[in-house]
Structure formats: structure tokens, C-alpha cells
Write a protein that binds this ligand. Structure first.
Ligand code: AKG
Length: 340
């Protein structure tokens, strides 16, 4: 059960911060009671105007640069799916942990505002980045296979329940034509079989773009609840229409993915920010030693041998409550360049 102090939630923005050119950078910190209620009941919620137009413009300007392999910090991102001249042009493009390569991406993904928003919504003492996703679905772009973020994020950490949250920020107007994010409402309450989702990780991954007969929702259909609870022909699936600068928040166990971009002209760019509870620990076990239960390959490579604490170099704390005994990782304020 989520610990949401509904009466204390109210729509509020940080005071606008402007750069030397007078552009106003802003990220919403708190969400309305309606958003919190939708998140709890349906497993996702739309937040209009989460970030200001200046933030959208600043992020959009990094896409060509990043996918061209120009990494401002000199550090490669942890994953870089799609390269100009090599990859299929219409494949959906993804960079994971762009925050390590680009300080504009870092400014948003590691902002205290998003960490505070997540912590208030989830009842956490603080938030860390789990990973970011720089997502670019070009005109004609391929679908994203249905999955639960818990299958590759939450299952790596303890305690499991409610330990991660995704904030998907639209950088173009997102609607069904361009393959916006789709959700199975209420699927965060379906039974979660940890062993199954971890074992099936390869099949259910983001990049399984409908291989099973061209159906990008195929992985979800293996859940008994998908047949029992969804209306025939997936009539219950919700494809969220979100204007650029708006966002969708989703629960770690909510089944989601997206269809193809059927537009011939409109790209669908987004920044996914996957935040985790600041006081989680890795599951015990080290994969290199062949130990049972070890974290899987995506996150396990950041685990220190023989211990379960998280390294702030990979999982910086972006916001922490004053009484949490933790604090925002010291290096972030010098590292992040946008005034958000
Ligand atoms: O951008 C998409 O279509 C899917 C994004 C996603 O799976 C996520 O942010 O968790």
C-alpha cells in the first residue's frame, strides 16, 4: 500500500529560476491529490506541465548531439542503443544513464525537484536515480514491448515493495499517432512473481518490440489477469495523450509499453527518469562468484563485491528529507548546469 499523505499534496512549483538569457527553468515538485489518487488506483497518472518550455527546449537540443556520440562530459552513457549510419533508421533509439554523459540531461534527471516529488508521492525518506532513459521514437519508429519496470529495477533491491517510480517526461506532444506510452490500468495490483519476471527478463525487455507476431503487448498477455481483467481486444488499455513538458508517472509494477510511431513527420522524444528509494540495498549475492540471488546484469555491475550498499557515484541521492539521515549527493550541485 502506498503511503500518500493526500491532504498534504498540492500543486506547487519551485520559484522560477532563469538563466542569463532570461529563460525560465522550472520543474514541478508536488502533485495534486487527483494525480496521487490516479497513481494509486490505476498505477499511472498524467501530470500536465511538469517542466517548463525552456527545460523542454534544452533537453531536445541534446538528442542529435548524444545519439551522434558527442558526449559533453567525455564519459559514455551506460547503454547507447542506435548509432547513425549503423542502426536501422526507424528503430526507436535509447540511451541509458545519459546523465553521466551530458549535464543538461543530468540537471533534470538528478534534480532535487523530481526526487522530492517522488519521495512525497511514495512516502520515501529520499530518492536516488536508478537510471535515466533518453528516448527517441522517430517518424515510423518501432514499438516498445510491454513490461514492468520492477522486472529489471525493483527486483534488484530490498525491500521490494514500492521501491521505484518512473517519471516519463514528454518532449514532443505525445499521442496515439506517435506511439505514446500505453498502460494496463490497475495492473500494478496484479500478482507479481519475482522469480518469473527475473527469469524472463530477456523476453520481456524494452527492446522486444513485438517480435512475437508483431504484438508489442505479448509479454503482458502471459499474466492470467490480462485475460481475466482486461476488456476484450484490449479496450481498457490507456494510451496517454501528453503535451510536451507534461509527464506520466507510473508504478513499478504497472504493465506498459508503446505502439509504433505512425506519423511520417512527427518525432516522439521523451526523458524517462527511474527513481529509487534512497535507503534501499542491493539483493545479497555476487554474480561473479556464482552466488544465488545475485542482482542481474543491468544493475549487478554497479554492486560492490561482498556488500549491499549503493554507490553514490552510480546512484546519487537527488533529494533527502531533513530527518532522513541522508543528504543530496554533494557532487550534484556543481555537476548539474541548468538552474532547476
Ligand atoms: O517510451 C516508451 O515508449 C516506454 C518507456 C518506458 O518503458 C519507461 O519509461 O518505463
Amino acid at each position: 500500500m502506498l503511503r500518500i499523505a493526500l491532504p498534504s499534496l498540492r500543486a506547487r512549483c519551485r520559484a522560477c529560476a532563469a538563466d542569463a538569457g532570461g529563460r525560465q527553468f522550472r520543474i514541478t515538485e508536488l502533485v495534486s491529490a487527483d494525480v496521487a489518487a490516479s497513481f494509486e488506483q490505476r498505477g499511472f497518472a498524467v501530470v500536465e506541465q511538469l517542466v517548463s518550455p525552456a527545460v523542454v527546449e534544452a533537453l531536445r537540443a541534446r538528442f542529435e548531439v548524444l545519439f551522434d556520440g558527442q558526449f559533453e562530459t567525455g564519459t559514455y552513457p551506460d547503454e547507447w542503443h542506435w548509432r547513425s549510419g549503423i542502426s536501422v533508421p526507424h528503430a526507436t533509439r535509447e540511451i541509458c544513464n545519459g546523465w553521466k554523459s551530458d549535464r543538461v540531461v543530468a540537471s533534470v534527471a538528478l534534480s532535487a525537484s523530481l526526487g522530492r516529488l517522488a519521495s512525497n508521492l511514495m512516502g520515501w525518506p529520499g530518492a536516488r536515480i536508478g537510471q535515466d532513459d533518453v528516448l527517441w521514437k522517430p517518424p515510423g519508429g518501432t514499438p516498445v514491448g510491454f513490461h514492468q519496470d520492477s522486472s529489471y529495477i525493483s527486483t534488484q533491491f530490498e525491500p521490494y515493495d514500492g521501491n521505484s517510480l518512473t517519471i516519463w517526461i514528454a518532449l514532443d506532444d505525445a499521442d496515439p499517432e506517435v506511439g505514446t506510452v500505453e498502460y494496463a490500468p490497475g495492473s500494478h495490483r496484479w500478482a507479481v512473481d519475482h522469480r518469473r519476471v527475473v527469469d524472463d527478463l530477456a523476453d520481456e525487455s524494452f527492446h522486444d518490440q513485438g517480435g512475437s507476431g508483431g504484438d508489442h503487448r505479448a509479454a503482458m498477455r502471459r499474466c492470467p489477469e490480462a485475460t481475466a481483467l482486461l476488456a476484450p481486444a484490449d479496450a481498457d488499455i490507456v494510451a496517454c495523450t501528453v503535451a510536451a513538458g507534461g509527464a506520466v508517472l507510473h508504478h513499478q509494477d504497472t504493465w506498459h509499453g508503446s505502439g509504433p510511431n505512425t506519423s511520417e513527420t512527427r518525432p516522439r522524444r521523451a526523458l524517462g527518469v527511474h527513481l529509487i528509494r534512497s535507503d534501499v540495498r542491493f539483493r545479497a549475492g555476487d554474480a561473479l562468484l556464482g552466488e544465488a540471488g545475485a542482482p542481474s546484469y543491468i544493475y549487478g555491475r554497479y554492486k560492490r563485491m561482498g556488500e549491499t550498499s549503493l554507490d553514490e557515484s552510480h546512484f546519487p541521492i537527488t533529494w533527502a528529507a531533513a530527518d532522513s539521515g541522508q543528504q543530496r549527493s554533494a557532487f550534484l550541485d556543481n555537476y548539474c548546469t541548468l538552474p532547476v
